[in-house]
Design a binder for this molecule. Structure first.
Ligand SMILES: [Zn+2]
Length: 119
């Protein structure tokens, strides 16, 4: 049975919008590379008075960087899968070339391999 591509496209587009929304709260797009995001720096006009505050700011930045990394890599996966869809290759395992189980795609519309070839 053929996959309901409209359903999956909608799922992917919705997640993409959500990820971009989350990213835009902690990061900004690189003007030269629209798919590359950079964590926004805190306002440095406010100089932290004590060492502990500097540590807080650093910790906050580190957290933001790891959240940003996860969001951005998920967003990349989604863009990649949307591109595959445009090429008519959605739902094909990137490793073995076999069709990916529909239940797997419903659980994760951005899956690019079958269960057997998942890392
Ligand atoms: Zn496979």
């Amino acid at each position: 049975m053929a996959l309901d591509l409209d359903y999956f496209r909608k799922q992917l587009e919705e997640e993409k919008t959500r990820l971009e929304g989350e990213l835009s709260t902690i990061a900004h797009r690189n003007p030269d590379a629209p798919e590359d995001w950079t964590v926004s720096q805190p306002d440095m006009n406010v100089m932290p008075a004590a060492k502990e505050e500097v540590a807080d700011v650093e910790e906050e930045l580190e957290n933001a960087a790891s959240v940003e990394y996860n969001l951005e890599s998920r967003l990349r996966d989604i863009n990649e899968v949307l591109e595959k869809m445009r090429q008519g290759k959605y739902g094909v395992c990137a490793v073995g070339g076999e069709l990916i189980d529909e239940a797997r795609l419903r659980a994760n519309p951005a899956a690019i391999t079958c269960v057997k070839h998942a890392k």
